[in-house]
Design a protein around this ligand. Structure first.
Ligand SMILES: [Zn+2]
Ligand SMILES: [Zn+2]
Length: 264
């Protein structure tokens, strides 16, 4: 089992101590764990939410260096970062992340046109197209950033809070474009089981994964996006089953930005 996306207390939205997270993964006998704390430079430009505490990069990097030494031989531990994309913050993110000795970088969209899509008011008086089209376009743009990222974070994240279902068939042209670009760039899609209140088991949903495979997609990984110990590797079996059914045989897991393959 692997888990490519988790958050410790170095993230503003988690209180899980780093060692609790890693010990949980060891106890669950995971082969691989990536800790991917949030770098939310996009929120510095956000107009509809309060400022959030930013990642202390040197402190986090040092903690991961230490942890890698301590857990050597016990679990394959990856130093990761989940970067929130926005047009305005992408240069700052690039400058912050590029010099670091990371193993894996997740490129995620949490804000659209400088607005946090987690705020319920974001959806007031918006039609389905007004909700999904700007989000899809933000994901499409995010794929072209200079940042050396490996994984495209939780495609469909907006459906966690949106009052509509996010269906592939409604936006298949643009979504095909997204997956074709991911394949062409050699990036990896994650199956993220942290869905909160959405009527889905994971994002992207099964139709998305299936289409990604049909288009020739090969790189896929498992992500619990755990912020608490009991969520580490949550719904792994469910996600693995779906991915297998869609035609994938291996999960990719990154060390030093190179994929290693784990049989599903
Ligand atoms: Zn995220
Ligand atoms: Zn996350």
């Amino acid at each position: 089992m692997i888990d490519s996306h988790t958050h410790s207390a170095h993230s503003a939205d988690s209180v899980m101590p780093l060692f609790d997270l890693i010990n949980t993964a060891v106890a669950l006998k995971l082969d691989y764990l990536a800790v991917t704390d949030h770098l939310d430079r996009d929120f510095l430009y956000c107009t509809n939410s309060k400022p959030i505490k930013q990642l202390d990069i040197p402190k986090y990097a040092e903690a991961m260096r230490e942890a890698k030494k301590i857990y050597d031989g016990k679990i394959k531990l990856a130093f990761g970062i989940e970067c929130g994309y926005s047009e305005k913050s992408q240069k700052m993110t690039f400058d912050d992340v590029t010099p670091l000795n990371t193993d894996v970088v997740i490129n995620s969209v949490h804000t659209v046109k400088d607005e946090d899509v987690y705020v319920p008011a974001y959806y007031e008086n918006k039609t389905k197209d007004e909700v999904f089209l700007p989000y899809i376009n933000a994901v499409l743009k995010s794929l072209d950033i200079a940042l050396p990222y490996d994984i495209v974070g939780h495609i469909g994240y907006i459906a966690r809070k949106a009052p509509f279902r996010f269906l592939y068939e409604d936006y298949d042209g643009l979504l095909d474009e997204i997956f074709k670009k991911i394949i062409q760039k050699g990036k990896c899609v994650e199956i993220n089981t942290h869905v909160k209140f959405a009527k889905a088991d994971f994002f992207p949903e099964y139709d998305f994964i299936k289409r990604y495979r049909e288009l020739g997609g090969e790189l896929i990984t498992f992500s619990s996006d755990a912020h608490q110990t009991f969520r580490v590797a949550e719904k792994y079996d469910l996600a693995a089953h779906a991915v297998k059914q869609a035609g994938f045989k291996y999960f990719a897991a990154y060390i030093d930005h190179k994929p290693e393959f784990y049989k599903i």
